[in-house]
Write a protein that binds this ligand. Structure first.
Ligand SMILES: *[C@@H]1O[C@H](CO)[C@@H](O)[C@H](O)[C@H]1NC(C)=O
Ligand SMILES: *[C@@H]1O[C@H](CO)[C@@H](O)[C@H](O)[C@H]1NC(C)=O
Length: 447
């Protein structure tokens, strides 16, 4: 919920551009999904993934960005830079540690040593074709996948979420962007990240400092899964803007503007540990993270149609053939519930003393509108801003952990310091598999 404030994915001297390079052909790893209409009635869709990657000048093999600086010759301003810098095909396995160990499975390695040094973390987007992302309408549907977090320790986050990105990655709206979805462009999320190098077909060179630019890239986000082996949360984050939108100033909601921006950066989270059940999720717990598990998320509408108002977001787990409903809240002055609804958000925010910016930006109703055309994102990352403490430790770090809402997991607050986790757990990885979308109750066995 406090994520991706600064560089979520650190990457040795590589950056992406907006022209198409000619050094490496782009070959997307295949990641088929299942589309289900009823239990036992699913068809395979031949989807694949594209990740974000690096760039070089169009007329030679120089980087347009290195260290944390733009090349002033190639990039005197955003437009010129986008015209001068290209994005090339990626070697998914060798450069980024992204592989498909079996059909329908995607493995993301945390640290990958490569010819350029090392890659830390990755983020891929699901494609319907070579040039278009796969759009999802989640209303009155359920989204299901298997995950293996057994090699994902404290401080890391293997994330599965939806962002309201353009289907074509921005090529039709922004003339400066020639690369598009094929090359993983057009990213946005509810943190309005300002570390994104190209936004709206222009480089983010203006007032670039410490890896952050003047502009951010905002859009609604539905976090299905943010997790490691010790903690997990699912969180809707609506925005007042209705598609990928470049922000500047107050609109980006950075620092003291957090509750003045166009997106709800906190969201309305359901983390079982934070919601009062500390025995539900973890190694050897009710949902045992030492083994693979299935995660089901249902988007219930008020009238039971695909266009109705979003009423609640429901969660089930399946492990060893057993359906495990989400844990119930155990918090004073919160009515026991195991799903996210407007009432739950209201009570949770009040009980924890949090600003209900979720409600200010339209809450469940606004989120529901934004769930109609979402792009699927799968990633693994570490957190340079707040060490993932908001997910798996105490946050705010200096608050009393016995105060409701502060304790979110068992992890040591220092475990997620990037230098530490990168040195101690370079072999960490996550595997996502068996991704399914379908009618309610169609993608998992009956309880
Ligand atoms: C900066 O870009 C110019 C023009 O593309 C190139 O000649 C030069 O080598 C680059 N500098 C660095 C440090 O990469
Ligand atoms: C899904 O299954 C649950 C029981 O597990 C049931 O209460 C619910 O009505 C079902 N929903 C639909 C749309 O079939």
């Amino acid at each position: 919920m406090y994520k991706r404030i600064a560089t979520a994915l650190s990457f040795a001297s590589l950056v992406l551009g907006q022209q198409i390079g000619t050094y490496t052909a782009e070959k997307h790893p295949s990641l088929p999904i299942q589309v289900c209409t009823a239990r036992g009635s699913c068809t395979t869709e031949r989807t694949s993934v594209a990740n974000w990657r690096w760039t070089h000048a169009t007329n030679g093999y120089t980087n347009c960005y290195s260290g944390s600086e733009w090349n002033a010759t190639a990039c005197p301003d955003g437009k010129t830079c986008a015209a001068n810098c290209a994005i090339d095909g990626a070697d998914y396995a060798k450069t980024y540690g992204i592989t498909t160990p079996s059909s329908g499975a995607l493995r993301l390695n945390f640290v990958t040593k490569n010819d350029n040094g090392q890659n830390v973390g990755s983020r891929v987007y699901l494609l319907a074709s070579d040039t278009k992302y796969r759009l999802f309408n989640l209303l009155n549907k359920e989204f299901t996948f298997d995950v293996d977090v057994s090699h994902l320790p404290c401080g890391l986050n293997g994330a599965v979420y939806f962002s309201e990105m353009d289907e074509d990655g921005g090529v039709s709206r922004f003339s400066g962007n020639k690369a598009g979805a094929k090359y993983g462009t057009g990213y946005c999320d509810s943190q309005c990240p300002q570390d994104i190098k190209f936004i709206n077909g222009e480089a983010n060179v203006e007032s670039w400092e410490g890896g952050l630019g003047k502009y951010g890239t905002c859009c609604a986000e539905m976090d299905i899964w943010e997790a490691n082996s010790d903690a997990t949360a699912y969180t809707p984050h609506p925005c007042s803007v209705t598609k990928q939108t470049r922000c500047e100033g107050v609109d980006c909601g950075s620092g003291s503007d957090r509750y003045a921006g166009v997106c709800d950066k906190d969201g309305c989270d359901f983390n079982s540990f934070r919601m009062g059940n500390q025995e539900f999720y973890g190694p050897g717990k009710t949902v045992d993270t030492s083994k693979p598990l299935t995660v089901v998320t249902q988007f219930i509408t008020a009238d039971g149609t695909n266009t109705g108002a979003l009423k609640s977001i429901r969660r089930f787990y399946v492990q060893n053939g057993k359906v495990i409903p989400n844990s119930k809240t155990v918090i004073e002055s919160v009515d026991p519930t195991n799903e996210i609804s407007e009432g739950f958000c209201e009570q949770q925010k009040t009980a924890f003393g949090d600003n209900n910016y979720f409600k200010t930006l339209g809450g469940m109703a606004q989120m529901g509108e934004q769930l109609k055309k979402m792009v699927l994102v799968l990633s693994v990352w570490d957190d340079h801003a707040v060490y993932m403490n908001w997910l798996d430790s105490n946050y705010p770090t200096d608050a009393d952990p016995s105060k409701p809402g502060v304790a979110r997991g068992r992890c040591d607050p220092e475990a997620g310091v990037p230098e530490t986790v990168e040195a101690e757990h370079p072999d960490a990885y996550v595997i996502y598999s068996n991704i399914k979308i379908g009618a309610l109750n169609s993608t998992f066995p009956a309880a």
